[in-house]
Design a binder for this molecule. Structure first.
Ligand SMILES: N[C@@H](CCC(=O)N[C@@H](CS)C(=O)NCC(=O)O)C(=O)O
Length: 203
């Protein structure tokens, strides 16, 4: 069976786990974290990052974007959570890039805080990273039509999954999404009730 290496509190791992659930692909979660299980993670991914996806053939895929591209191919490009081509595909991928970039910046801020001795933490860098996160979240919040259940195309896409994991991470870093990005917060709350999202809730 396919093995997903990672932990669902990682936004990158969780977006892969949600996609596996939505596509109905059976998998086993090998619970390893980038900092807590360095040697095991580095054995799966020389870069030492989660997620990694180990296929039945033994081939190991790394990086959530590349893993999801493979899952889209296996599931079928026509049925995937992103259109196969054209402006609608570009619109979905733009939101995914904004939201996964926001995760990158949020983690850069968290790493500055958590992995440096207190006297070497540079608060202006943290503030700047979090300002970029907020701005990206606001741009996606502005796309949300209050009467539509999803961000784009009137259906669930990778844009919603990426927005969900980014909102969750932002909230974990004390960004008040209830006040700052209320439509995005409401989308995330609705998605949290769907089975694929519930099944991947970190323990
Ligand atoms: N671009 C990568 C980012 C993966 C990533 O940064 N994962 C974090 C966990 S949330 C990690 O493993 N960090 C450990 C490190 O960078 O050393 C992806 O989309 O999979």
């Amino acid at each position: 069976m396919i093995e997903l290496v990672g932990v669902n509190r990682s936004p990158y791992t969780r977006r892969v786990a949600i996609t596996l659930e939505l596509y109905g692909i059976p998998y086993r979660l090998q619970t390893l974290s980038g900092f807590g299980n360095r040697s095991e993670v580095r054995a799966a991914n020389p870069l030492g990052r989660i997620p990694a996806l180990i296929l039945d053939s033994g081939e190991t895929l790394v990086d959530s974007g590349a893993i999801i591209d493979h899952l889209d191919e296996v599931h079928g490009r026509e049925r995937a959570l992103v259109p196969p081509a054209g402006p609608e595909r570009r619109a979905v991928l733009r939101v995914v890039a904004l939201m996964m970039g926001a995760c990158d910046k949020a983690l850069a801020a968290a790493y500055e805080r958590n992995h440096h001795p207190p006297e070497k933490v540079h608060q202006p860098w943290i503030d700047d990273c979090l300002a970029q996160v907020r701005q990206a979240l606001r741009a996606v919040d502005a796309l949300l039509d209050p009467v539509s259940s999803y961000l784009l195309l009137g259906r669930l896409t990778h844009a919603d999954v990426a927005a969900f994991v980014a909102e969750r991470l932002a909230r974990g870093l004390k960004i008040d999404t209830d006040t700052e990005t209320p439509r995005l917060r409401a989308l995330a709350a609705r998605l949290a009730d769907q089975p694929a999202f519930r099944a991947t809730e970190p323990q």
